[in-house]
Design a protein around this ligand. Structure first.
Ligand code: DHB
Length: 310
């Protein structure tokens, strides 16, 4: 299996393999980022950051079981300077995630990131957990205006990706394609999907929600979101020309294979990384290579976006 490669690209950024962590999972602190750097991931992604550090929401704010995770972390992060400096300790492609809190914040972080060891920025327009802040990804007029202003005013020199929430309605997909396609020259990649927002998970014994913030509402991840993630990846791959980063319920080589078949160039592992630790990357990479071997594929381009329809 030595001649089978899972190498991939985001724009012109080469990844030794197509796996990385999902933003938010085991990536808040420098020690986490260094562990990811030492692991067999193809890239390292930071926790979504704001200008100033934040403690986030009260605990318990995260839970997982065999099929799902639910979180309402509330954007705990160390502030953008920390994640720019962390880049100096990372030896593989490093993607800094910025959570859009306010336009001027994002523009100033983008500019500060320019002279740094960051390979790309993932602009997160889809955090479901900040009370009172509508998700930009669901407010189409505001999303368009936000992207227009970012690209008009920010003086930046990094590849930019947009992390999207899942869409469920075809008319919403079409609106998202139209807006994102206006920024063809500015955007390199789309990450699909962020958590399915505002689920509720009940602790049966206590007869109360399992997490505390927002009366128990939280973003869903894990295996239950995979069909939604695959649909979003496939639709964005077929209706835009951006590189697609797949995310949502990836636990195995088979899941990674399905995402790539649907059009993803790389995939992110979230809930399963939290469960298993950074050994998850070697396991999924070798499972993916085994599937490729059985199917006689030696690179991911042999099957990427080659889903056939009945
Ligand atoms: C948080 C959750 C998200 O899904 C996200 O995209 C950004 C931040 C959080 O609650 O910390």
């Amino acid at each position: 299996m030595d001649d089978i490669s899972t190498q991939s690209y985001i724009g012109d950024i080469m990844l030794e393999n197509c796996l990385m962590n999902a933003s938010g999972c085991n990536c808040q602190f420098l020690s986490d980022l260094i562990q990811l750097d030492k692991s067999n991931s193809g890239a390292v992604v930071s926790k979504s950051c704001s200008v100033n550090n934040r403690l986030g929401n009260p605990i318990p704010r995260y839970y997982h079981n065999d099929t799902l995770s639910i979180n309402s972390m509330g954007l705990p992060n160390e502030g953008y300077k920390y994640y720019i400096e962390a880049g100096d300790s990372i030896h593989k492609p490093y993607i800094m995630s910025i959570s859009s809190q306010a336009l001027y914040e994002d523009i100033s972080i983008l500019e500060k990131a320019s002279s740094s060891n960051i390979s790309a920025i993932e602009l997160n327009v889809s955090c479901p957990n900040i009370a009172g802040d509508p998700q930009l990804s669901y407010s189409f007029d505001r999303l368009e205006e936000f992207l227009r202003k970012v690209f008009e005013y920010a003086d930046y020199n990094k590849h930019i990706g947009i992390k999207l929430s899942p869409y469920f309605d075809i008319s919403h997909f079409n609106m998202a394609f139209d807006i994102l396609n206006m920024f063809k020259t500015n955007i390199t990649f789309l990450t699909c999907i962020n958590g399915i927002g505002n689920g509720l998970y009940i602790d049966l014994d206590k007869e109360e929600p399992i997490i505390k913030p927002k009366n128990g509402l939280g973003g869903l991840g894990g295996s239950i979101v995979k069909p939604t993630g695959l649909a979003n990846v496939n639709l964005f791959a077929n209706n835009t020309n951006f590189d697609i980063v797949g995310c949502g319920g990836i636990t195995s080589g088979q899941d990674a294979f399905e995402y790539i078949l649907c059009g993803a160039k790389t995939v992110q592992v979230g809930t399963q990384l939290v469960k298993e630790g950074t050994d998850v990357f070697s396991r999924i990479d070798s499972e993916l290579k085994k599937i490729m071997y059985d199917k006689n594929y030696n690179s991911i381009e042999c099957f990427r976006n080659k889903l056939t329809y009945k």
